[in-house]
Design a protein around this ligand. Structure first.
Ligand SMILES: C[S@@+](CC[C@H](N)C(=O)[O-])C[C@H]1O[C@@H](n2cnc3c(N)ncnc32)[C@H](O)[C@@H]1O
Ligand SMILES: Nc1nc2[nH]cc(C(=O)O)c2c(=O)[nH]1
Ligand code: SF4
Ligand SMILES: [Mg+2]
Length: 211
């Protein structure tokens, strides 16, 4: 039996965040995370308590249990043709499942492979674009990549922007934490203006009303 991947959902949209914002991409959202069960009743006790995503189960659009071949076929079927085929692997925590055979199979199908990770797991060097988003007290297992995208603010001393500036990332972004009853954009703008190595990343898909 070939191994199977649990996929919550997969869809074609524009990357909303970070240095690739505005770029067409197939999103491949894997089920499950190591920093939160995904259940609301566990949120208050989770290491990562502000997640904006449902990553439980396989019931989303194009969700299911897929072999490597089926996964690649799904991603390929969602790309419209032309351009620079791009797949963003996210979750949940994609590196609980995304492995080198799937990465290289996606690349053989013509895709550049990006990952959105919380940085607690080793990142296969084969990945073309690495976005790390550190969380609260979760120990970082990653020392570099293409972009570090920190949700801001987070109260923990271990999650302050200054704790990451020594790392080997090309881009350093602060992304306003989306939370009910509070707009974190002004504080994010103020921090970036006072500390110019940081840039603001807005969740532009939410502004545009797309997935
Ligand atoms: C849902 S996570 C999945 C990937 C991975 N588990 C991670 O945390 O990077 C995708 C991106 O959304 C960001 N994110 C999650 N909740 C957010 C929120 N409430 N406000 C702003 N960004 C958020 C994460 O930091 C991450 O950059
Ligand atoms: N459009 C769009 N861009 C995104 N960038 C990162 C996302 C994620 O949930 O990982 C995301 C997402 O969910 N939608
Ligand atoms: S690490 Fe990522 S997927 Fe997991 S709970 Fe936090 S934001 Fe959500
Ligand atoms: Mg999202």
């Amino acid at each position: 039996m070939p191994r199977s991947y649990k996929v919550k959902e997969s869809f074609y949209t524009l990357q909303g965040e970070g240095a690739q914002a505005g770029r067409a991409a197939v999103f491949l959202r894997f089920t499950g995370c190591n920093l939160w069960s995904g259940r609301e009743e566990d949120r208050h006790a989770a290491v990562c308590s502000f997640c904006d995503t449902d990553f439980i189960g396989t019931d989303g659009v194009n969700g299911g249990r897929y072999t490597q071949v089926q996964c690649v076929d799904l991603v390929r079927s969602l790309w419209p043709g032309g351009g620079r085929p791009y797949v963003v692997c996210t979750g949940g925590e994609p590196l609980l499942q995304l492995d080198v055979p799937l990465i290289t199979a996606l690349q053989s199908a013509g895709f550049e492979v990006a990952v959105e990770t919380n940085g607690t797991l080793p990142v296969p060097p084969e990945i073309n674009w690495v976005c790390v988003s550190p969380k609260a007290t979760a120990p970082l297992a990653v020392s570099g990549g293409d972009e570090l995208k920190l949700v801001y603010p987070q109260p923990e001393p271990t999650a302050q922007p200054s704790a990451f500036e020594h790392l080997a990332f090309t881009h350093f972004f602060l992304q306003p934490k989306d939370e009910a009853g509070r707009d974190n954009t002004p504080a994010t703008v103020a921090y970036c203006m006072a500390h110019p190595r940081w840039r603001v990343s807005l969740q532009t898909h939410k502004i545009m009303g797309i997935e």
